[in-house]
Unconditional design. Sequence first.
Length: 380
Amino acid sequence: MKESISSRQLGVLCAVSIFANKILLLPSLLYENAKSDGLFVVGLLFLVDLLILFSFFHLKKKFPVQSFKEILIYFFGKIVTKVIFLAFAVFFMFKVFLIYSTSFIYLKQQVYQGEFAILAIICVLPVINHAALTGLRSMARTIEMFFYIVAFGFVLCLAISTLTYKSSPLFFTSSLGDFASTAFRHIFSFGDYLFLFLIIDKVTLTQKDKKRVLKYVFFAIFLVLILFFLFYSLYQITAFMHNNALSDILIFSVVFNAVGRIDIIAMLTIMFLAIFQMELFHYCFCDAFVNFLPKLNKIFAIVTFDIFFFIVYLMLIGKYENMVIQVEVWLPYLTIMLNYLLPLLLGLFSFKKKSVKNQQIIPNDEEKREEKGMSEEVKI
């Protein structure tokens, strides 16, 4: 299987995706409307996303070797499939934009404390472009190699913050309307398993492999929920003012005996996670782009991404508030269509289908021409 990855690497990619857009700005944004009940908002969206993960497992069982493009054409036809891949490309492009925007503002405030936009772009774009160009297997191996170090840094940040824990936050203070609207407005920060559908033909999943993936998934979810709980415990009233959750939970213990500042742990963890997340979603953008325009290769996809990156940077990323507005206004609708409606339809359509064992379920153009030629020879 070309560019196939192991179940451990798949679990690591899922964990990295779960951390995306949740450990810096999201706790603060959720607190503005849902207060400390933002913890339950996150828990609810995690549960809904788990349904999407099991939908992927079901689809993989029905189509064990087929690509996502073949599956979509099988159910929806070529035109609808192209529209879906275009929507996927937009979705993952803005995933990268949001991660870059939040990480850039964090580093600007905590490290450089000044303008370093050009330097950041020069450092980031070549790295994620190279990851997308080298392919899924190389990227997954790299992320797997550093994941345990990053996870240790995440756990260490949570452990240190418990030294200043005072009391649990007040829950059930928001109305049902605020709870629902908050969940909808920030749903784009989820959709953690949507990338799995794009690489469905690059993984082999037995029952044991599924359990291994779920271990990484539940581990990442547990860490995020603990982060939200500790964050709301430390900043019960002023949580909306603190935009860098993983780093801010260390603010009361940044000087530890004679060691000095220890927020460097959070800083390195955030930097590594941001790079890994942007690499993963950039790869997904390129994959969706090539499936949308199959006559163009991955290099054209990377160039297109870089052009849009600079354009969107001037319009949105460079203006932090504008990026947040886009995330809350129209991107939730795109997330609902791709992350919920599409897997639901695929699950319903494939529920009564038998497992497709053959390598190709959609004949390509060459096969069609051969079949047409053979039929003409028979007529002669």
